[in-house]
Design a protein around this ligand. Structure first.
Ligand code: PEP
Ligand code: MG
Length: 595
């Protein structure tokens, strides 16, 4: 008799609920077979006509699909396909594709791959995970067109013939929605994140889902029994009777309650012995905020205001800004008593450029960006500060300045804030006189001068995304230097420590709001070093909360000391590995999915 394997794995909980059933393993992830050749001279127009005809067919299919979806689900899903239609209609992309055929004489499939590859690279370099995930839309549109042209198709929906937990590397949005809803008990994905389409659609369709499981497709044989908990990200493959019984008990105990992605009824971020790390949400205008409360966020630690500019391509008026800031302030006040919405002033420049606003610079990452831009465009700064202040009458708001590198920027920003307050007083408009203001620590000079800065600001928020890139001179979006981009490089750790120590000395609070805050090894490490708050995409909060809830303050002290137990020549990768090993000894499930 074969014994149960009872393999546990933990990924990102992206859609809550329990699922138990047989595994449907979708392995049809092979590359589309795409012919590439040089077209006979004079036949280029035929290639272009083939493409235009394919576009017509796809347009028709997409409109039909949107019609079906409108009846079945909510707006969120429809937007995915509206976005696909926009990519299809994109004139620049079409010109590029047809240009490859006309100029280089390549066949249309090859031209599509080239143009889509360039678009993918552009989106893949973007800092924001939401935009990075849009690479999937480009993939999906490319696959649709190539499929139409070559006749090749992956058809998971035809293979799924009974109720199952769907296991796949990743699924495109169209593959996801075409699956027969009545047969999909849950999703367990190798890849994906909280903003991936499988996650968005799973939430819209109320299907439990776990993403980011690493190699789950190779761990699971088709037909194996799977238990999946979309609230904690846990899955068990081939469970024994005990595991099944525990699972049944857990799912019964949650039945009837509101579906919650928070791991327990303790506030998110509580340590085992009662200490507390405040877990906050990173949010940007235009992104859905529903669900943030369920994930357990106790405030908004980073509101990326620049999306108002990026979404529009120009400066929003003071009133438009005010409305957006007022909405996030009012929403945040529903999260927890005293919850604060930390609105970051315009962080434009670097890779976040707006045509007509950002100037062309030879090295934009070191250019007139963020607070530097605001101080060079006082009118823009004034309008934004007035809008933020006005919003502070509708919920607790803090203002945060990005990319500060020297003390004079702090003084100049404080003067601007005072001037904006004065102008509102004159206009008789209400605002919070005691609004807090803080700075992001993203540049080594800011960390090195944190001792001085801390005397003149109310809080720090460490942006590890940029602090790592500027400390190690390694572009955060460049794959070829990603081996150098290491948050646990001792130089970065020293700067984080200087920042935290400086804040503590002045009795000021310090947060970490870069992506590393959401990593189950790194986030708790920053907390162990003394960060009071961790701010992240809200869907990661349950995972980090779960890790913290199984550690005591003494555990965290031991954890923070790990680098000092290693030889001084230890590499960043060795330090990370030591931390990961320590963490997985405490929390076996964290390692499970990624081993
Ligand atoms: C950071 O740099 O860590 C940060 C949070 O800012 P952004 O990612 O928006 O640059
Ligand atoms: Mg930054």
């Amino acid at each position: 008799m074969s014994s149960n394997r009872n393999i546990s794995a933990t990924g990102l909980p992206v859609s809550s609920g329990f699922a138990a059933g047989k595994a449907f393993v979708f392995r049809g992830d092979g590359e589309l077979p795409v012919p590439e050749y040089i077209v006979e001279k004079g036949r280029e127009q035929e290639e272009i006509d083939r493409y235009r005809k394919a576009l017509d067919n796809i347009r028709r299919d997409l409109h039909a699909l949107i019609g079906v979806l409108r009846e079945r689900t909510g707006r969120e899903d429809i937007r995915v396909f509206e976005c696909h239609l926009m990519i299809l209609e994109d004139e620049v992309l079409q010109e590029e594709i047809e240009g490859y055929v006309k100029k280089d004489g390549v066949n249309i499939e090859c031209a599509i791959k080239r143009a889509m590859g360039a678009a993918r690279a552009l989106f893949g370099r973007m800092n924001d995970p939401y935009f990075r995930e849009r690479v999937r839309d480009i993939d999906d549109v490319e696959r649709r067109i190539l499929k139409e042209l070559t006749g090749y198709d992956r058809k998971p929906h035809l293979e799924l013939k009974e109720p199952s937990v769907v296991i796949a590397n990743d699924l495109t949005p169209s593959e996801t929605v075409q699956l027969p809803r009545e047969y999909v008990l849950g999703f367990a994905m190798n890849g994906g994140s909280a903003t991936s389409h499988v996650a968005l659609l799973a939430r819209a369709l109320s299907i439990p889902a776990v993403c980011g499981l690493g190699n789950i497709t190779s761990l699971v044989e088709p037909g194996t029994m799977i238990l999946l908990d979309g609230s904690t990200g846990n899955i068990v493959v081939d469970p024994d009777e005990d595991a099944k019984a525990r699972f049944a008990e857990l799912s019964d105990s949650r039945k009837g309650g509101t579906p919650s992605a928070a791991p327990s009824d303790r506030p998110a971020g509580m340590l085992k012995d009662g200490g507390d790390v405040m877990l906050l949400a990173n949010v940007h205008p235009g992104a859905p905020v529903a669900g943030i409360k369920e994930y357990g966020a106790r405030g908004v630690g980073l509101y990326r205001s620049e999306y108002l500019w990026l979404n529009r391509g120009l400066e929003p008026s003071e009133d438009e800004q005010f409305e957006a800031y007022r909405d996030i302030a009012a929403f945040t006040s529903t999260l927890a008593p005293g919850a604060v919405a930390t609105i970051r002033a315009l962080d434009i420049g670097g890779d976040k450029t707006v045509r007509g606003i950002s100037s062309k610079e030879s090295n934009p990452f070191l250019g007139n960006r963020s607070i530097r831009y605001l101080l060079s465009e006082r009118g823009v700064f004034r309008r934004q500060l007035r809008a933020i202040l006005r919003a502070s009458a509708y919920g607790k708001v803090a203002v945060m300045y990005p990319m500060v590198s020297c003390i004079e920027e702090i003084f100049a920003a404080a003067e601007e804030l005072d001037a904006a307050k004065e102008s509102l007083r004159k206009d008789g408009i209400a605002f919070d006189e005691s609004i807090q203001s803080g700075v992001m620590i993203e540049v080594p000079s800011a960390a090195l001068n944190a001792g001085i800065f801390a005397k003149h600001v109310d809080f720090f928020s460490i942006g590890t995304n940029d602090l790592v890139q500027y400390t190690l001179a390694a572009d955060r979006g460049n794959e070829s230097v990603s081996h150098l981009y290491q948050p646990l490089n001792p130089a970065v750790v020293k700067l984080v420590k200087m920042t935290i120590d400086a804040a503590k000395k002045e009795g000021k609070k310090v947060a970490v709001c870069g992506e590393s805050a959401a990593d189950p090894v790194l986030g708790p490490f920053w907390a162990a070093m003394g960060a009071d708050m961790l701010s992240m995409s809200a869907s990661y909060i349950p995972v980090i909360s779960r890790v913290l809830s199984s550690l005591t303050r003494a555990d965290l002290d031991e954890y923070a000391g790990i680098p000092s137990t290693l030889p001084e020549t230890a590499t960043a990768a060795e330090i990370f590995e030591a931390c990961r090993r320590w963490m997985s000894a405490k929390m076996p499930l964290i390692e499970g999915g990624r081993a």
